[in-house]
Ligand binder design. Sequence first.
Ligand code: ZN
Length: 133
Amino acid sequence: MRKIEHLGIAVKNMEASAKLYEALLGKPSYKSEMVESEGVNTMFFKVGESKIELLEATNPESPIAKFIEKRGEGIHHIAYDVEDIYKEIERLKNAGFEMIHNSPKNGADNKLIAFLHPKSSGGVLVELCQERN
Ligand code: ZN
């Protein structure tokens, strides 16, 4: 893993949170994107080399809606940038980690992504992401 690519933050209301993060970071978001397959609306802010990804549920069955129900708004996942996501998935599985996605899928922000199960990563939801070329 090369760096923290972004932190994912679950929010109830994107419009309100967009204003909050614009004020907090002192700059506007550079990208918004709906990922219908995941039931999320996303909004990205750059902070140096890393990013903040705001996540809002698009329906009540969305994993984000369920997360907020259980734990409220806040940090949802840590995403690590990897050079080769296929190799990294194999490496982690061999090391005993449980993957939610055994093969990468298309995520927001032009990325291939895969999530680890938080049960095997100390209660923290971990996302691997690799830039799609
Ligand atoms: Zn993410």
